[in-house]
Write a protein that binds this ligand. Structure first.
Ligand code: ATP
Length: 739
């Protein structure tokens, strides 16, 4: 890597764009006092990211900007651009040329531009650190600062050395790791704080969850008890209903039959009360009496006729014929006709018989009264009459016995009918008493059915209530298997025949459980469980995060430890090498003596750095670097006892030694040689030549010897306009320009 050029624009006295090219190993800048040479050296500091305005002789960013003069107006911004040849890729960028530019505006804002792209200062610092261009600026030795390395504190010195040894990259890494560690610790505290905050809430939720679980257990218990109870109850109701139905069946049927029978019996008894038979008997008895009277009358008539026949027998001598034959024949014919008709019509028998009797009476009256003159009836007529009457009598007797037979038959019939009624009445009474017996039974059964119905209704209500407590689970009761104490399933009959007191006991237990469940009062269980789950997950997440943080803390501590060890090793090795060169240069400068860097403990700044007492960083930070010297032929006790020239020589020896061990790409020396006498200036020149083999040198000088070592000489002048101007000068003219 090689420094190609620097371009100043509006920077301090360089009002106009000015470019210095560094085509040679040693470039010398010469010019009169106050012409702006140091401004060039400071432009290097500026572009490399120097943050201390003081080290650039300013108080604020604005002081870096061309402030204007009577002739030239002030600038709004200052910019400095460095260009490197990066063909060797010493800078880790895939460009042959790398340009770094810094701009400061009047408002104090800065811009950093890397190859035309705006970047952060940090990007530039890291890029340069790789090429051993550190921020401490040990490679830019400002005017009067030649012995800065001597006058600085052991700790500052250490930093310069670390920078010079190219350890800045490690330091950056360690610093970064340290920051990360701090951040991690902060995060850990934060996470621990969050967990602490969460803990009481989580504890509360856990206790709630336990309660919920307990009430869930109660609910489960209740569900089991409910299912058992409901199943038993439903089986009981069903079995009992069936049993009652069956029990009722026979009595009901019997009752129904009896009812019919009673109606029938009543109807038949009612029917039997009809007395047609009795009145018929009365008629028949009347007929019988009449028939008997007729028989008697006929008997008497026949007797009379027989008497007449006897009389006629006696009169036969007197009167042949007492009744004219014509009349007797007429009477006989009449009777015969009447009888004939009577034979054919039974209905009129009685009238006809009565008619015949009247006819007979009339005939007799006529014989006895008016017609006594006439001869009486003939014997034949009497005989005929007697025969006729006897026929009638026979008929009448026949009739009478027929009527008697009929009466007897009717009487028998009536008698048996009476018996039948008594039987029916007896049956009716029996049926009625059995019926009321059955009604009693049925009433009892109805009573039982009513009780059962109440129980069935209570069961329905209970189902509803159970649903409110155990939800849809309640429907499982139908398939629930009731078991006895030893776990064997119970048959329906066994369930139904159990004493009701047991079921009542179960119901009471259920009621008690329900009360306990209601008292547990965790209505919003779902939300609590959800919140608990979320809180738990959050806590677990935080715990994991804490573990992760712990792990990364471990990693960072390890990294810091490793970096610290590496730094310590590299630093130790570097110091050793520097010491070797330092001693050589020192002896060269002073013609003898010795010089060495020693590691010391910097006690003064200890107390404020207790943040990471365990880490190696603290130990390293406490360590500083001291310089011990011994001049030839002199007993010098410390640096403070050296003369100005001796200080300059010592510091130059050290700076050069540092540059030898880890050569920076370029080294800017602003009048470092100012205090040297001629002999030392020559030695200084020799050392420059040696250094220039490994680093580009830009030397600001008034010294002829130094100028003579430069390949390129730039003259800087300043006119009355206050603007620095650049001109290339030849060696021969250089001294003149410098004055
Ligand atoms: P010497 O040889 O005496 O060390 P030098 O050549 O190093 O001098 P510088 O110190 O670089 O000179 O320049 C100082 C000059 O720069 C001063 O005249 C100062 O007025 C001028 N200067 C510094 N800052 C500004 C600025 N912001 N605007 C204008 N001029 C400035």
């Amino acid at each position: 890597m090689r420094l190609k050029s620097i371009e100043l624009s509006g920077f301090k006295s360089f009002a106009k764009k000015t470019e210095l090219q560094f085509a040679s190993a040693v470039t010398s800048i010469v010019g009169p006092n106050g012409s702006g040479k140091s401004n060039v050296a400071e432009s290097f500091r500026f572009v490399l990211g120097e943050q201390s305005m003081k080290s650039m002789r300013g108080r604020r960013g604005e002081d870096m900007i061309w402030n204007g003069s009577a002739q030239v107006a002030r600038a709004g911004r200052a910019s400095v651009k460095l260009v490197f040849d990066n063909s060797d890729r010493a800078l880790n960028l895939d460009f042959d040329e790398v340009s770094i530019e810094r701009v400061v505006n009047r408002d104090g804002s800065n811009e950093y531009v890397l190859n035309g792209s705006t970047v952060r200062l940090r990007d530039i610092s890291e890029l340069l650190a790789q090429a051993n261009i550190g921020a401490s600026g040990h490679h830019i030795i400002s005017q009067g600062e030649a012995d800065r390395i001597l006058s600085s504190s052991p700790r500052e010195r250490r930093e310069m050395l670390e920078d010079a040894l190219g350890l800045t990259a490690y330091l950056y890494k360690r610093e970064e790791a340290g920051k990360k560690l701090e951040k991690t610790a902060e995060n850990m505290r934060e996470v621990e704080g969050l967990r602490r905050e969460l803990a009481p809430h989580l504890k509360f939720l856990q206790s709630q969850v336990r309660k919920i679980e307990e009430s869930q257990k109660l609910r489960d218990d209740l569900a089991q008890k409910y299912l058992d109870y409901l199943k038993r109850e439903s089986v009981y109701v069903r079995v009992r209903e069936e049993a009652l139905r069956a029990e009722r069946e026979l009595p009901e049927r019997e009752h129904r039959d009896l009812q019919n029978r009673v109606v029938t019996l009543r109807a038949s008894l009612e029917a039997k009360k009809d007395d047609a038979g009795a009145s018929k008997l009365v008629h028949l008895e009347e007929d019988a009496r009449r028939a008997s009277m007729r028989r008697d009358a006929l008997g008497r008539e026949i007797g009379r006729i027989e008497g007449e026949l006897v009389a006629a027998e006696r009169l036969s001598h007197v009167v042949q014929e007492t009744v004219p034959a014509s009349q007797a024949r007429e009477f006989a014919a009449k009777v015969e006709q009447e009888l004939e008709e009577a034979m054919h019509s039974e209905v009129d028998m009685r009238q006809r018989v009565a008619g015949l009797i009247i006819l007979a009476k009339d005939f007799l009256r006529r014989i006895t009264e008016g017609e006594a003159s006439e001869p009486g009836h003939s014997k034949d007529e009497l005989l005929a009459r007697k025969a006729q009457l006897e026929g009638e009598l026979a008929h009448s007797v026949q009739e009478e016995s027929r009527i008697a037979g009929e009466i007897a038959a009717l009487r028998t019939a009536l008698e048996s009918e009476k018996d039948a009624s008594r039987e029916a009445e007896r049956e009716l009474f029996g049926a009625m008493s059995r019926r009321s017996e059955l009604e009693l039974i049925l009433a009892r059964l109805r009573g039982q059915a009513e009780v059962l119905e109440r129980e069935s209704n209570a069961l329905k209500q209970e189902l509803g209530e159970a649903g409110a407590f155990i939800g849809r689970l309640v429907y499982d009761y139908e398939t629930f298997e009731v078991k006895n104490a030893s776990g064997a399933p119970l048959a329906d009959d066994e369930i139904a025949s159990e004493q009701r007191a047991h079921q009542e006991e179960r119901r009471k237990k259920i009621e008690r459980l329900k009360i306990r469940l209601e008292e547990s009062g965790l209505g919003n269980a779902h939300e609590i469980l959800k919140e608990h789950q979320e809180t738990l997950e959050r806590d677990e997440f935080l715990a994991r995060e804490l573990t992760d943080l712990e792990t990364s803390r471990e990693h960072l501590l390890t990294l810091i430890d490793e970096l610290t060890k590496t730094l310590a090793t590299r630093f130790g090795e570097g110091i050793e090498k520097i010491n070797f060169e330092f001693n050589n240069f020192f002896m060269l400068m002073f013609g003898g003596g010795s010089a060495a860097l020693t590691l010391t403990k910097d006690d003064q700044e200890d107390d404020s750095e207790e943040a990471e007492p365990a880490s190696a960083k603290a130990t390293a930070a406490k360590e500083g670097v001291d310089i011990s010297i011994s001049l030839p032929h002199k007993r010098v006790k410390g640096l403070h006892m050296l003369s100005g020239g001796e200080r300059a020589l010592t510091s130059i020896a050290l700076i050069f030694a540092m540059s030898q061990v880890n050569p920076p790409p370029f080294l800017i020396l602003d009048e470092t040689d100012a205090a040297l006498d001629e002999a030392n200036a020559r030695r200084y020149g020799d050392m420059l030549a040696a250094l220039a083999k490994r680093s580009q040198l830009i030397v600001i000088t008034h010294n002829r010897e130094t100028m003579s070592r430069a390949g390129i000489l730039y003259g800087i002048t300043m006119g009355s306009d206050g603007v620095s101007k650049l001109l290339s000068v030849r060696f021969e003219d250089a001294l003149a320009v410098a004055k």
